[in-house]
Ligand binder design. Structure first.
Ligand code: WTA
Length: 651
């Protein structure tokens, strides 16, 4: 191992997919854009910012007082005027903003005009309740149209929203609401999930016993069962908007005024309230949405993430609306009532751009091709992926079975903290490789560095850093500047530490290898969990795999793999040996998993990321730490039982 490298890069993907010439010819982004941004990055961003509508135009572009950035700081604008009024004024009021489909099958179509009116009514209602500019408002809702309406109503009056994913528990609500002292909470009576009713209002009631700052709780009637309404505190949404005008002056906001907080915990530690402000954030989400997804007027765009995550904030709400897109929102799970639900939605609305996550793609792989095959997916012309490294085999499956072999795939790397996509192909420009997010977008400056913070030469691996401020970047952590410096700016001077391991190949393509703490050290080799997982998923019988290091007397750490098989099949010792041999042959003998367990599910966060920390605890037989972010706790139980069995076998 070269000492300069922080992580060894083992795989060598050879497949290449240049953009189809017809796609390239019509693409929004053309090759010259990289040079344009390189030449003068500040005027590049200022150019995109000027495409927004400003109440007061900015004259300054960037003020960088490391690690705090101000973009377009003397300008004023309102996010919703850009998302809504601008399009209505341009005569696009009848364009559909959202095609919404509820889990039980109910549907709504909402035009830009209607969306504007609903946002204004709620904004007026919030003002009438005493919510003022600068007050924080928590939102805890399922994927119904009132969720973006609530966010936009807050933005209309300058009250930063703090969306809390609807799958979180009362404790998670308490932590987030109290940290930023939200004055109001917007929720629903209940939500639908796989045909079951989720008690959102009950969860809020439990939380509100410990959130003294909340004065009002506004409740949308979604399901209709009776819920407790506390006099003086709880109000029905319908009553709040009743009689309110459908016009509401947008509050003029400084470019650097807070647009929202979004708490991110990943898999460890107290959640951080990530701060996003108005002008720079809107500029960058609008630009990336237009270029990375090649959005055109007649596209039907569907980001299948939940609005409770940053992906939904940037690429269901602010980016698409600023671009006047027609989007799809679906309330429920992909397997309700059957495993073809997403594909039936693609067919019904003739979705042309689909953006989803590797964890979903691997699930679809596991379910098999019969579900997408039931539907006409020929409307699709572009596919996107986000949230985790996508294994090359999942990428190929997505391309072939969803994209019909014709759609470019954009594997987009970014974070809650970055606000917008940072590293991604431009679909009409970039030659893609399965498993690589390719290159930093125009206007984005990244590097891969070793332990000393030195740039690693092509072919090597290390830590991904961002080397210049960007408009959509976080402006810090709510109430904790020190934690902001410590987490992102202290490891390497003048560089933002993303926390991801990454390799750059000889052509300059970036290959993400998971979070830094997911790196294993086996006999002095630093091995990325992602690479071993990808090798496992390459095997035709494997649908999904998670790999962690387990303490080992001999080798420091030993590789421990948890494997789900396609079609839900059970494993066997023979197959386990075959998989071990397969990984060894693919990446080198020293990467052969010492332990290999079959399981029907992996423990994941509610946003679909594998919780390797939990798997490490399980593998090492420890008491489990915090499991509040876990999506399905039954899985852990099953795995613990199996791990005990494995341990006995060994002795
Ligand atoms: C991971 C989601 C590889 C990465 C937008 C990052 C990815 C974390 C990719 C942020 C990708 C996201 N390839 N890894 N295309 N996209 N990640 O804050 O580890 O929920 O640091 O934001 O997800 O997750 P977050």
């Amino acid at each position: 191992m070269k000492t300069a490298e922080a992580i060894e890069a083992l795989s060598n993907e050879q497949r290449r997919f240049p953009p189809p010439p017809e796609f390239a010819a019509q693409a929004n982004a053309q090759p010259g854009i990289y040079e344009e941004a390189e030449r003068d990055v500040e005027s590049f961003w200022a150019g995109w910012a000027r495409k927004l509508e400003w109440i007061k135009p900015f004259t300054r572009v960037l003020e960088w007082n490391e690690p705090f950035a101000k973009w377009f700081a003397d300008g004023q604008l309102n996010a919703t005027a850009n998302c809504l009024d601008r399009h209505v004024k341009a005569g696009l009021g009848n364009r559909v903003a959202y095609n919404w489909e509820g889990e039980p099958g109910d549907r709504r179509t909402i035009t830009y005009q209607q969306l504007l009116e609903e946002v204004c009514r709620l904004a007026n209602g919030l003002r009438a309740l005493g919510v003022r500019k600068g007050d924080r408002v928590a939102i805890y809702m399922p994927m119904i149209p009132e969720l973006p309406i609530a966010m936009l109503a807050c933005a209309r009056i300058g009250a930063p929203h703090s969306v809390i994913f609807g799958g979180f528990s009362p404790d998670s609500i308490v932590d987030r609401v109290n940290d930023s002292e939200c004055v109001a909470l917007i929720t629903t009576d209940q939500g639908w999930r796989r045909g079951n009713k989720i008690p959102l209002k009950d969860n809020c009631d439990a939380a509100m016993a410990s959130t003294p700052s909340i004065k009002h709780c506004i409740v949308v009637k979604r399901v209709g069962d009776p819920v407790e309404m506390r006099e003086g505190r709880d109000l029905w949404w319908d009553d709040v908007v009743k009689g309110q005008s459908a016009q509401c002056e947008p509050e003029p906001m400084n470019a650097e005024d807070l647009l929202y907080l979004l708490y991110t915990s990943g898999t460890t530690a107290k959640p951080k309230g990530i701060k996003h402000t108005t002008g720079g954030y809107l500029t960058e989400v609008t630009m990336t949405h237009k270029l990375v997804f090649d959005l055109k007027n007649d596209d039907v765009y569907w980001c299948a993430a939940d609005i409770g995550w940053v992906t939904g904030h940037s690429y269901i709400v602010y980016g698409p609306l600023c671009n006047g897109a027609t989007s799809v929102i679906y309330e429920g799970t992909p397997d309700f009532p059957e495993r073809d639900r997403l594909w039936s939605i693609v067919e019904r609305y003739k979705v042309s751009i689909l953006y989803t996550a590797p964890t979903a793609i691997r699930t679809f792989m596991r379910w098999g091709t019969e579900y997408p095959e039931r539907h006409d997916l020929s409307s699709l012309r572009l596919l996107g992926s986000v949230g985790e490294p996508i294994n090359p085999e999942a990428w190929m499956w997505y391309r072939q079975h969803i994209g019909g072999g014709r759609c470019p795939i954009v594997d987009t790397w970014w974070q809650t903290e970055t606000g917008a996509i940072m590293i991604s192909p431009l679909p009409g420009v970039t030659t893609t490789l399965p498993g690589s997010a390719t290159r930093p977008l125009p206007g984005t400056f990244a590097d891969v560095v070793n332990d000393q913070g030195e740039s690693v030469p092509p072919g090597g691996g290390g830590y991904l850093v961002l080397t210049r401020p960007w408009p959509g970047m976080l402006r810090g952590i709510w109430g904790d500047d020190q934690r902001y410096r410590d987490t992102y700016w202290s490891r390497f001077p003048h560089k933002y530490l993303a926390g991801d391991g990454c390799r750059r190949d000889l052509d300059g393509n970036y290959w993400f290898m998971g979070r830094i703490d997911d790196v294993m050290n086996v006999s002095g080799h630093r091995i990325s969990t992602t690479e071993v997982e990808s090798a496992l998923v390459e095997h035709p019988q494997v649908a999904e795999a998670a790999v962690v290091g387990r303490l080992d007397e001999l080798t420091g750490q030993a590789i421990c793999a948890f494997v789900c098989l396609r079609g839900g099949a059970a494993g066997s010792n023979v197959l386990a040996d075959e998989l071990r041999a397969h990984v060894g042959a693919r990446l080198g003998k020293f990467t052969t998993p010492k332990y290999l367990t079959f399981t029907h599910e992996l423990p994941k966060t509610r946003s679909g990321k594998i919780m390797r920390r939990l798997l490490r605890d399980i593998a090492e037989g420890r008491i489990l730490g915090d499991t509040t972010t876990l999506a399905d706790s039954a899985v852990v139980h099953e795995l613990q039982e199996r791990a005990k069995l494995e341990a006995t076998k060994e002795e």
